[in-house]
Design a protein around this ligand. Sequence first.
Ligand code: ATP
Length: 512
Amino acid sequence: MAKEQDNFKQVISHAKEYGYIFSSSEIYDGLSAVYDYGQNGVELKNNIKNYWWKSMVQMHQNIVGLDAAILMHPTTWKASGHVDAFNDPLIDNKDSKKRYRADVLVEDYVEKINQKAQKEIDKAQKRFGEAFNEEEFVTTNPRVLRYREEQKTIMERLATSLTAENLADVKALIEELGIACPESGSKNWTDVKQFNLMFGTKLGASADSATDLYLRPETAQGIFVNFANVQKTGRMKIPFGIAQIGKAFRNEIVARQFIFRQREFEQMEMQFFVRPGEELKWFEYWKETRQKWHASLGLGEENYRFHDHEKMAHYANAATDIEFNFPFGFKELEGIHSRTDFDLKAHEEHSGKKLQFFDPELNKNYVPYVIETSIGLDRMFLAVFSSSLQEEALEDGNTRTVLKLPAILAPTKAAIFPLVKKDGLPEIAEQIVEDLQWDFNVIYDEKDAVGRRYRRQDANGTPFCITVDHQTKEDHTVTIRHRDTMEQKRVAIAELKEIISQEIDFKTWMKR
Ligand code: ATP
């Protein structure tokens, strides 16, 4: 745990030191759970958005984009259920005065049991080596079976009490399990209460005539209310999808863990409209497609796992989370939900407008069913950033800090150095920058010894360093050094564009 915390601290300080993430309004001591993305952060974020957008909109003829407003008619949130049911169950510890999400306390407890089971599996793996059959072990080993049963019983009880809004039972469960406040170790808990997560605001000049609005807590509803507009003007036929990237706001009470849980964040969501009855087929399709998207970035298969929901949201008939191994353990990165026709039907009822599709093959109108894929952009940022940050031991006994970002996402694709600040080398390096910047984000750097410049770029995740030396003047060649292998090659200046292009080719990445 201590090591995990150290790693996490290092991620946070590296993100600040290299201009990725700052606390919001830091000169006023910051605003809790709100963050700003710096000069490199904004580039990485844009590249992640682009990678998602292209994979959704450009690569699917039946998916189109949308950019709906953050402020929406207040009835939207009545229809969606957010006014009545967008609540977190909260519990306070009376001694430490710390507030927690009751469901998260229980989930963390269950995760500890999971880790015990995993330890048994790892131990057995070591003991049996090659001959180890994990499948057989987990289905027969009495200890693992007991842990798994315990996990299941607790999660089912939590799901049942939350679905029935039986908050007294959630508290009883916390007490029965002997869960203590992680800060103080105290088991002195208040009752569990529901707390609405939407931020309210006002529209209008005078206090009396102002209308109460909400900052949207998810981007999805902007898609649902535009279903008919997009379907008709785009002449879309079912199945089709609408994708959107945008800000969402939640008044998270327990907002820790850096950009993982913020009060203002960005979502990348796609709602896929399908024939009723075909939703589970499409649910599987999107589970697989999204898994491939994640795998293509090479952050490590072992860092992902699926978590099927025991407790469905009120609108869903199937749901799974893609969880990522963040520096503080496996947590939700993306949700894939089969939302039935809940949202469109609710908007039909509240607006009095038809939100249906005439299916020429079936010769009838219906309200489509929806599969949603919803990923937090900031969480994806944290997944990419934290898994890329590595301390590497070098052959000469030194270590280097290297941010092994997928090259396609790296803020700067190449740094161009003159070996020395004289003899006409800076001019040649500047000329290379001028040529390459039409196609890529590149930078010029002439400060410090070349070795230190390399280290700086390694720590910033730049895939290539290009050095101009005296030989360049004779034969128009430069050395190009690759961040991950540290290998240096002599290549012609004329080849640089092609070399960098290949490394960040969208098709090559997506097909990995
Ligand atoms: P959690 O259980 O972690 O609160 P959620 O299930 O409420 O998340 P959804 O409503 O399914 O999340 O939102 C979809 C995605 O939006 C999540 O998978 C997550 O990546 C992202 N997200 C949700 N809340 C936040 C937040 N407060 N800060 C950053 N990202 C968030």
